[in-house]
Ligand binder design. Structure first.
Ligand code: CIZ
Ligand code: SF4
Length: 305
């Protein structure tokens, strides 16, 4: 009872500060349930950043990981962007630095670089065009070149390469949450739930995607969940998405193929940290103007498609 009261008080204080700070709270699809429930918008990184840019607010409380808050800061430089835990990074985004990318590019003169949104602002600034897991194939196909460089996710790159005639040269990065989902996890899920459809995120290994009925980004999973008349769906992605899928689709069952497919960094954001960041107006995320402008170029080239 005491804990429930505390959560209620905390939610009230967050709501009061939201009005005082003229703030909007954005939560990624992988956030814990209580954080998703207090957010004004829940979505994938690009949907949220676009929301942040479009909405009238002075402060954006970004409940997600660092590159997502940076993307919001790139798209709306006039707003204060808060990331409730400064240590919430993305290990995949950290697998390539701007310096490493600059060096790698010298080996492929003239080649264009497609960067997944899961990259730092500095890496985006060194790239020609950005992509998300929802539009990676479309972005690659939009380039006139026969060979393109792709950073940092080798699994998303392989997913695109199988559907494109272009040669994709991929950086050797991956998301440990998705990479650690194995074919055996899908097979045992299918055995236990023979009538279930299998949805996998393109950050999973190719052998896992081969066993899936549909390969979908988190935003696409949200849309497909509303559309489908299947009652049972096995999901191969970070389990946080199940909260939203269940909430929006009562009567349908969303079963993670691997219960411990958890992103430790996404889970760093909690209600007390959201409250504290709004009280102290930190930690803030900002991007130096020269990098911001170059990174914005890569993002805008994608948005224009
Ligand atoms: O772009 C995002 O939010 C990520 C990282 C995944 C997805 O599929 O939405
Ligand atoms: Fe990065 Fe993977 Fe966590 Fe997404 S789920 S933030 S890609 S480590």
């Amino acid at each position: 009872m005491r804990r429930i009261m505390t959560d209620i008080v905390m939610r009230e204080r967050i709501a009061r500060l939201k009005a005082e700070r003229r703030a909007v709270i954005l939560a990624h699809n992988y956030q814990i349930g209580p954080v998703q429930d207090i957010a004004d918008f829940v979505g994938d990184s690009l949907e949220l950043s676009r929301k942040a840019a479009a909405i009238e607010a002075e402060t954006v409380v970004f409940c997600g990981v660092h590159f997502m808050a940076e993307t919001a800061a790139i798209l709306c430089p006039d707003k204060t962007v808060l990331l409730p835990d400064a240590g919430a990074g993305c290990p995949m985004a950290d697998m390539i630095t701007a310096e490493e990318l600059r060096r790698w590019k010298t080996r492929y003169p003239g080649r264009k670089v497609v960067c997944y949104v899961n990259t730092s602002a500095e890496v985006k600034a060194e790239s020609d065009i950005c992509c998300t897991s929802a539009n990676a194939l479309q972005v690659v196909e939009s380039l006139p070149d026969d060979e393109v460089l792709f950073v940092p996710d080798k699994n998303l790159a392989a997913f695109v390469a199988r559907r494109s005639r272009k040669k994709i040269v991929a950086w050797d990065g991956y998301c440990y949450v998705h990479h650690h989902i194995h074919p055996a996890d899908i097979l045992s899920g299918k055995k236990a739930h023979p009538d279930a459809e299998v949805w996998a995120h393109p950050e999973c290994r190719p052998e896992v995607l081969d066993l899936a009925d549909k390969v979908l980004s988190t935003g696409q999973m949200v849309q497909e969940a509303l559309r489908t008349d299947r009652r049972e769906i096995l999901i191969a992605t970070e389990t946080g998405i199940a909260h939203r899928l269940r909430k929006e689709n009562p009567g349908k069952d969303f079963l993670p193929v691997k219960e411990n497919a958890l992103c430790a960094n996404m889970k760093k954001i909690t209600l007390p940290k959201v409250l504290s960041s709004m009280e102290k107006m930190k930690p803030r995320v900002s991007v130096p103007e020269d990098i911001r402008r170059r990174a914005l170029g890569a993002i805008e080239r994608m948005i224009r498609l």
